[in-house]
Write a protein that binds this ligand. Structure first.
Ligand SMILES: O=C(O)CCC(=O)c1ccccc1C(=O)O
Ligand SMILES: [Mg+2]
Length: 347
């Protein structure tokens, strides 16, 4: 079947720049894809790459789309190479929206809890109360941004401000070396920390030996301390999931579906392995978020941990955002996200 391919590249400044151990991230760049069949039915998908995680870049996505021309076949689309994982996710999402295969069944979860994303540094102490007031009970704080001694001092103030029974996740974005990670893990051992996300990381451009040594460091930290660890930057694409499942990783798998190409086989693999999964935002627009949240809601078995989607409002125009006021995301909120409206807002 012939499909008409259109795409729109976007560059959207965040309302507030996101500070992580990788530096300041001020604007989101990505590409929306729209596929229309001969009856005029359309499906949208989003490629929201994170090059510092080791994904492809927006330029590579645009070049691949430009090479297609206006009319494509499904065979051509699914032949996009695996290294363009974000583009493959956009294509899979657009095809599934077009076929209506994403749409509602009664299977899956009616709603899932959401973790509120808190700002790095001391700003966390003024941000947390408003989120708790809204009813959030899982929180995520970015660490590895400032001096470790300062951040360690803030940790206990933050724990003191959390409502009873709250859970706190820390995300170092790979910004610690093994020594700093051990210092933190000693401190968190007797504190109620849900998990620490990616304490250390060797970039995708490091040589294989360096990356292997970093895997050993992560395994060692996971074995030596009681606070659970989560992999995030370590997981970009199906081959990384296979690698860590084969390693017998018993911690958390943070899955940003946007980075996993056609997500269906990866989800099946993680579910079969009974992996401890946290579905998380890539700071994409409502188009990619809709597809990612549908996967989370369809996760088989037990309710997964709180979603890493407490990121909105993220953009200046609310049409680009997902649902955000409540500490839960409901299936009906996700189904209401309007991909065509996002597309139209990018003229
Ligand atoms: O996971 C969450 O709770 C929010 C999303 C998030 O933190 C994030 C968003 C984009 C890129 C990287 C990250 C990250 O987890 O490090
Ligand atoms: Mg992370």
């Amino acid at each position: 079947m012939r499909l008409r391919l259109a795409y729109r590249r976007y560059l959207l400044p965040f309302r507030t720049p996101v500070r992580t151990a990788h530096g300041v991230w001020a604007e989101r760049e990505g590409v929306l894809v729209r596929l229309t069949d001969e009856s005029g039915r359309a499906g949208h998908g989003e490629a929201a790459p994170i090059p510092w995680f080791g994904t492809e870049t927006p330029d590579e996505i645009e070049a691949a789309l430009a090479s297609f021309g206006e009319w494509v076949t499904e065979e051509q689309l699914v032949a996009v190479p695996a290294r363009l994982g974000c583009l493959r996710f956009a294509i899979a999402g657009a095809l599934s929206a077009l076929r209506g295969s994403e749409s509602s069944s009664d299977a899956g979860h009616a709603y899932l809890p959401v973790a509120a994303l808190l700002p790095a540094g001391r700003a966390v102490l003024t941000a947390v109360a408003a989120k708790a007031e809204l009813g959030f009970r899982t929180f995520k704080w970015k660490v590895g941004v400032g001096d470790p001694a300062d951040e360690l001092a803030i940790l206990d103030d933050l724990l003191g401000q959390l409502p009873a029974g709250a859970r706190l996740r820390l995300d170092a974005n790979g910004g610690w070396d093994a020594r700093v990670a051990r210092r933190w893990l000693e401190r968190t051992a007797d504190r109620p920390i849900e998990y620490i996300e990616q304490p250390c990381f060797a970039g995708k451009n490091e040589d294989a030996g360096t990356r292997r040594r970093m895997d050993d460091v992560l395994r060692g930290l996971a074995e030596d301390y009681p606070t659970p660890l989560a992999l995030d930057e370590s997981l970009v694409g199906a081959q990384d999931v296979e690698h860590w499942l084969a390693e017998g990783w018993r911690g958390v798998f943070v899955i940003k579906p946007a980075l996993f190409g056609d997500p269906t086989p990866v989800m099946a693999r993680l579910a079969a392995a009974k992996a401890d999964v946290v579905f998380s935002s890539a700071l994409e627009t409502a188009v990619g978020a809709r597809a990612a949240l549908q996967l989370a809601l369809a996760w088989p078995g037990e309710k997964p941990r709180a979603l890493g989607f407490g990121v909105w409002p993220l953009f200046h125009e609310s049409v680009f955002d997902g649902p955000y006021v409540a500490p839960f995301i409901r299936k009906e909120d996700v189904e209401k996200l309007n991909a065509e409206a996002v597309w139209n807002a990018l003229t």
